[in-house]
Design a protein. Structure first.
Length: 162
């Protein structure tokens, strides 16, 4: 999820725009019709992190926050909030900041990563099975990523022309 949520429930029973069954976290319900009386501010972009049993593909499970790209090196990313999924294969995503509007859901898109000229996952780039990805930003608005797995700091740069 990307966004802020005020909740009277401290055990994460409202993780986004759905409600979790307290006895079975794999069961989701629609929000109650009278929820506005609680003053919630729901996420403005989200994806499900419920992994169906024996699902063979990617499923997001834990967002690690990032930054709005305001640099000059990658004009296509200016104004995009860049973040990653901490779990699985540490996929990176982006969402336009101007689409993050209360009461609406912005579309999240995956950010393709390259190691040189070859497309790769973050785990392939760092050579690890665990991402522990973290973000940073410099004075020019350029974004950096690091992983506790290898300790290297990497700058997000445009892909070389193929």
């Amino acid at each position: 999820m990307v966004g802020l949520k005020k909740s009277i429930c401290q055990n994460w029973m409202l993780p986004g725009t759905w409600v979790i069954n307290e006895k079975n976290e794999n069961i989701l319900f629609s929000l109650p019709k009278d929820d506005t009386k609680y003053g919630y501010t729901y996420p403005v972009a989200q994806y499900s992190h419920h992994v169906p049993k024996n699902y063979p593909g990617f499923y997001g499970i834990a967002i690690t926050g990032g930054y709005v790209y305001r640099g000059k090196a990658i004009p296509e990313l200016v104004g995009q909030y860049i973040f990653a999924d901490f779990g699985n294969d540490a996929r990176f995503f982006h969402v336009p900041v101007d689409e993050l509007v209360n009461g609406k859901q912005a579309k999240i898109k995956e950010l393709r990563l390259f190691n040189g000229k070859k497309e790769a996952t973050f785990l392939q780039i760092i050579g690890s099975k665990r991402s522990d990805v973290r973000f940073g930003i410099d004075e020019e608005g350029e974004i950096y990523v690091t992983s506790k797995s290898d300790g290297k700091v990497r700058k997000v740069v445009p892909v070389p022309k193929i």
